[in-house]
Design a protein around this ligand. Structure first.
Ligand SMILES: C[S@@+](CC[C@H](N)C(=O)[O-])C[C@H]1O[C@@H](n2cnc3c(N)ncnc32)[C@H](O)[C@@H]1O
Length: 478
């Protein structure tokens, strides 16, 4: 019978061996800091501005993989600079909940919204609020029981057999059957987080591309693995990842335990379309990073996880249809810079994507920003994507839009980084190997009157019954 001595039996070399077979590793590095400022643009390195965080995956940040995550230093900087203890922060594109974790640790409160249902599975672990250290022996007992389980869980995924070798699928189904049958609790949730990584690693999909992609390389790697002691290797990975997460949680408990007074409250709502969802409460700051303009499909990238977590094809299809920028625009966002880009675009499909992107991104931001009080700050982290070879200065377009609607442009920080991980090996390539990301700071004018804004039904169909704040009657937005 396997137990937690697996790690001791096989040693840490085994993990490296699996990694060597299944994927290559890559690194991320950043440019040196420079605080020169021109035209309201301050060149910075957030990693250097926040030296107290020296590991982007510290505490619970690295428990789940997610495409285009915030580095926690950006969020911490925004929290330290633009909020105070007890404030409420809204993030309408919360993804894997980086804002929630940082808010919690800094004694701020947060409302997290995201279209992706993963958020609901991620947050209970990432902001684990147990007061006592978790016991390795309890976790190992559960892992041992899971290995003996005979009740399979088959995900509601018609293609599941296409992604796995039959013998691997059989084992994974039994492990998930055991875990999905338990009534929650922290230990099963720890194991789920490990199984999600194992699912991907032992499937035919490339580990480091965001979307599912069955590759020849991976088929060969799995075929090789099946000739070896694959079952031990799979178990070793489940055990070691589970134990690593348990350690992360215990570090989190230690870190938060001595702060006996109230930390933060974090509300999270996965499966929410922020473009048509009115934010449930008044907030003191917005900190967010909107989706990429260029084809980062978060639902498709994480659908393997969602299936194993018990979501259905229909649910996932429905959510994919709402993803930005793959849906129709229902209004045209107009600003000086955006209009120029629109005129330069010759391809119809790209024009539609641009219009969809700005319509729904601005809708979501505006729904949240309407809930900010006078004097509150919006911190929006964006890149400068290119569309048909044209650079889209996102931060400038947002400045143009929101300064016409009661916000004041405060500044924009430019962080130059060498490569940015999306899911892993896929890097954003640009000629000089450098890429800039921008943290835009807008302040709500103290004379801003939310109540003067007009409320209108956004869509007449029953799919989107929520009424959201829209532009004031004298606005020129569309
Ligand atoms: C750049 S990611 C955010 C990552 C996040 N900052 C983190 O640290 O994990 C953008 C997010 O926008 C979400 N998104 C896309 N379309 C959406 C929509 N219509 N409503 C709400 N969220 C949406 C995606 O699911 C994705 O998680």
């Amino acid at each position: 019978m396997k137990n937690c001595n697996l790690k001791a039996q096989f040693g840490s070399g085994l993990q490296t061996h699996i990694e060597g077979i299944l994927f290559s590793t890559d690194t991320e590095s950043e440019a040196p800091a420079d605080d020169t400022e021109s035209d309201g643009v301050a060149l910075v390195s957030f990693r250097e501005l926040v030296p107290e965080i020296n590991d982007t995956g510290y505490l619970t940040h690295a428990i789940f993989a997610y495409p285009a995550k915030f580095i926690p230093q950006v969020v911490r900087y925004a929290i330290n600079t633009y909020t105070k203890e007890g404030d409420w922060i809204i993030d309408p594109f919360a993804g894997s909940g980086t804002v929630g974790v940082e808010a919690y640790l800094c004694k701020r409160n947060a409302v997290l919204l995201d279209l992706n249902l993963l958020l609901n599975h991620i947050m209970p672990l990432k902001i684990y609020n147990g007061k006592d250290r978790l016991d390795e022996a309890d976790l190992c007992k559960l892992l041992d029981d899971m290995r003996e389980s005979r009740h399979p869980f088959i995900p509601a995924w018609s293609n599941v057999a296409y992604w796995y070798a039959p013998e691997i699928l059989e084992v994974l189904s039994r492990y998930w059957g055991f875990i999905n049958n338990m009534d929650g609790g922290v230990y099963p949730t720890i194991i789920k987080s490990a199984l999600l990584k194992v699912n991907r690693r032992f499937s035919y999909t490339e580990d480091r591309t965001p979307k599912l992609a069955r590759s020849k390389r991976k088929l060969e790697a799995i075929a090789e693995l099946l000739k070896e002691n694959w079952r031990e290797q799979l178990d070793e990975m489940v055990y070691s990842l589970s134990l690593k997460t348990l350690k992360n949680l215990n570090d989190f408990v230690m870190h938060t335990q001595h702060q006996c007074e109230h930390l933060g409250t974090v509300e999270f709502h996965g499966g929410v379309d922020s473009s048509y969802h009115s934010v449930p409460r008044a907030c003191d700051a917005l900190i967010t990073s909107p989706p990429y303009l260029q084809a980062q499909e978060y639902i498709r990238s994480t659908k393997m996880d969602l299936f194993w977590l018990g979501h259905t094809e229909e649910e996932i299809r429905e959510l994919s249809r709402l993803e930005i920028p793959y849906r129709k625009a229902d209004r045209l966002i107009q600003t000086e810079t955006l209009d120029k880009i629109r005129k330069m675009l010759t391809r119809d499909d790209l024009q539609k994507r641009l219009d969809s992107y700005f319509c729904h991104t601005v809708n979501a931001l505006e729904n949240s920003m309407n809930q900010l009080g006078p004097g509150a700050t919006a911190c929006i982290f964006v890149g400068n994507p290119r569309i048909d070879g044209i650079t889209v200065e996102l931060w400038r377009i947002l400045v143009e839009y929101f300064t016409e609607r009661g916000f004041v442009f405060e500044k924009v920080y430019e962080d130059r980084i060498k490569t940015r991980k999306l899911f892993g090996a896929r890097k954003n390539k640009n000629p000089d190997g450098m890429k800039s990301e921008f943290l835009l700071i807008l302040k709500k004018s103290t004379t801003y009157q939310t109540s003067s804004r007009q409320y209108e039904s956004v869509l007449q169909d029953k799919e989107h019954p929520v009424r959201v704040p829209r532009k004031s009657p004298d606005s020129d937005a569309s």
